[in-house]
Ligand binder design. Sequence first.
Ligand code: DLL
Length: 434
Amino acid sequence: MFFNEEFETLPRQALEAVQLKRLQSTLERVYANVPFYKASFDSAGIKPSVVNCLADLQKLPFTTKQDMRDSYPYGLFAAPMDEIVRIHASSGTTGKPTVVGYTQKDISTWSELMARSFVAAGAHKGDIIHNAYGYGLFTGGLGAHYGAERLGASVIPISGGNTKRQIMIMQDFGSTVLTCTPSYSLFMAEEAQAEGIDFQKLKLRVGIFGAEPWSEEMRGEIEQKLNLTAIDIYGLSEIMGPGVAIECIEAKSGLHIWEDHFIPEIINPETGELLPEGERGELVITTITKQGIPLIRYRTRDITSLTYEPCICGRTHARIARMSGRSDDMLIIRGVNVFPSQIEAVLVSIEGIEPHYMLIVDRQGTMDTLTVQVEVSEHLFSDEIKVLQALSRRVEKEIKDMLGVTCTAKLVEPKTIQRSEGKAKRVTDNRKLS
Ligand code: DLL
């Protein structure tokens, strides 16, 4: 099933022809309207007219989050303010947010791409979409909302929070599709259990989860606890919001990136050099239809790989692998590089451990230390101390064996780690404070 069959299944050559034409007109647009791009192209000695094939894209300089910060709030907009109908912003952990603006056409494109994403995930007209992504400056809520309406589904704009009420509504309104962060879905499962509500009896069929890194093991846990098929959706405010890429329900193997609107590249984050198909590196995206704030070679800092192999679903658009994390979230512990999602994968696979954890990184003298705080299952918590000690040792050993990093496991009581209604915070790095 497709939402826009013609474009979703465009043969490669035709797709690339569309990309080139759209890229060229985007370059003209930013060169003419955004002083930042004029200056950056000029200093690289490049005019938009030198781009005659897709490979020429590599001649252009990257755009970074810092460039967006430097032009706060509207400096990178390529449309006059009276054409901007919506403004979103993503809150960084430090400093000012990153601001993005959409023209009417941008909102329409976004709605279509979200509608395509819903269909790829197995949703359809007639579905009742329980949208628990936050509404507001965050793009999750409104992005999914407009896509659900474009699809013709019934959308419940519940936003995040008030979890007990969420569950009551899901049950009473007969929600069939759930959209929220993966961590929030597990919190819902936990609350439902406490309320004596059985997810097996709800009508939920599909969950569309994203906005934060999660692991394949976490997918298994969610599918089992919520009794639905869990689909990974990717996006970022700078590029559009949710719906930049999504897994198809047929393969659940990599996320199709809507290539008639975005051109993906994978680079070595250290050198900026382009990496071949299949190699893991930083995802760089060029938007080729956006009007409000087109971005050329935007460095997402998200780590993934790209494949052009045909997919069984029939979509011809390339797939990116599940994100393993962000280059700036990667922890370097005594020289070993680890992503929180890799630790998550180990934890979720251990019986007796719940998928709620916090990683605490510290420095004692010149030594980095990693403490993994993780909740024990209810049924084990009352167990004798020996059992718990053995479990801690097991967590430490498996993390050491799988990832090569030494840590101290600290088992904590069920439900003591902060739950999230949006993006979960998984790491406390005290080294930055000293
Ligand atoms: O999180 C947009 C979104 C909303 C995507 C709802 C999916 C669902 P930002 O707040 O700007 O936008 O955060 C973007 O979140 O660069 C990634 O680091 C991370 N991220 C988003 N989706 C995924 C995912 C939204 N499926 C940042 N897996 C991105 C891993 C993800 N990380």
